[in-house]
Design a protein around this ligand. Structure first.
Ligand code: ADP
Length: 265
């Protein structure tokens, strides 16, 4: 609680009196501590790849360069870690742009069957590397009002996670359908992305949309994850006046359920 006391002057009054302001600042404090926690996390996340790049470069200069095979493997690590840094910086900038509302959404009608089959095409080669089948279907002539690039980011992130967290030979399924209006709710579009992957433990489910939260850090790293994908997805869903949730069973698979208004309010 912040308490401010100030003399009050009212013109024409003999006795000006005092103004007492009581302000509940717990929300502001909470925001401040979240912000400084984020900065600490960002620094930590950035330091890891930088340390790897520096370490391997130093080792190369100290002599490892003379053995071509070692040199090649160290340079590959340097390249991978630089890519990782790039992805991290990209995601951090993206998140900050979304959070500060500096990038207003550009809504336009999107034909979902066409749009989703494009997502399918983009990811087919990557899925094939793991022998994963992509199965994408939308109701015919289903149109939705959304920001096309942002919706693409949402769906790509969810499908990419599906591929990342599903073992060889699995399946990632995308479905789009209309949900009828009921008890005061608007008619909306539901897009589900489900996989036959490793699943998410119950205790982690409430936290996976948090920035940098990962169930298994090593696994996320090895699949090239930044830990920011789902928090970007959640923000973008909310900017579209929609929602995102997940149902998952360890060892069976996960299902991400995105719901968006058919027409933007
Ligand atoms: P990351 O870059 O680590 O994938 P995300 O924000 O996209 O970050 O996801 C956060 C965490 O949620 C992941 O590290 C992973 O533990 C879990 N996760 C996300 N999608 C899935 C999925 N389809 N199956 C299992 N776990 C998932």
């Amino acid at each position: 609680l912040a308490i401010n006391l100030a003399p009050m002057t009212i013109s024409g009054e003999e006795d000006p009196g005092l103004l007492l302001v009581l302000q509940d600042v717990s929300a502001i404090r909470r925001l401040e501590s979240m912000r400084s926690e984020f900065v600490a996390n960002v620094s930590h996340e950035l330091k890891t790849p930088v340390a790897a790049v520096k370490g391997f470069a130093e080792t190369l200069l100290a002599g490892a360069m003379n053995d071509p095979e070692t040199a090649r493997s160290f340079l590959t690590i340097i390249q991978d870690e630089s890519d990782r840094l790039n992805r991290l910086i990209g995601d951090i900038l993206e998140l900050s742009k979304i959070e500060s509302r500096r990038a207003p959404l550009q809504f336009s009608p999107i034909e979902l069957p066409v749009f989703l089959s494009r997502m399918n095409e983009i990811l087919t080669a990557e899925a094939a590397k793991k022998n994963i089948v992509l199965d994408v279907q939308a109701e015919e002539e289903l149109f939705l009002e959304a920001d096309e690039d942002r919706l693409g980011q949402i769906i790509m992130n969810l499908m990419q996670n599906g591929i990342n967290y599903t073992p060889e030979g699995g399946k990632v399924k995308v479905r789009a359908e209309i949900v009828a209006a009921e008890d005061g709710e608007e008619e909306r579009v539901r897009i589900t992305v489900s996989d036959t992957g490793i699943g998410i433990p119950k205790k982690d489910i409430p936290r996976i949309f948090e920035r940098f939260y990962r169930v298994d850090k090593a696994r996320s790293r090895s699949s090239g994850g930044t830990g920011l994908g789902l928090s970007i997805v959640k923000h973008l869903a909310e900017l579209h006046h929609g929602s995102i949730r997940v149902e998952s069973t360890v060892g069976v698979g996960s299902k991400f359920i995105l719901e968006l208004p058919l027409l933007q309010p």
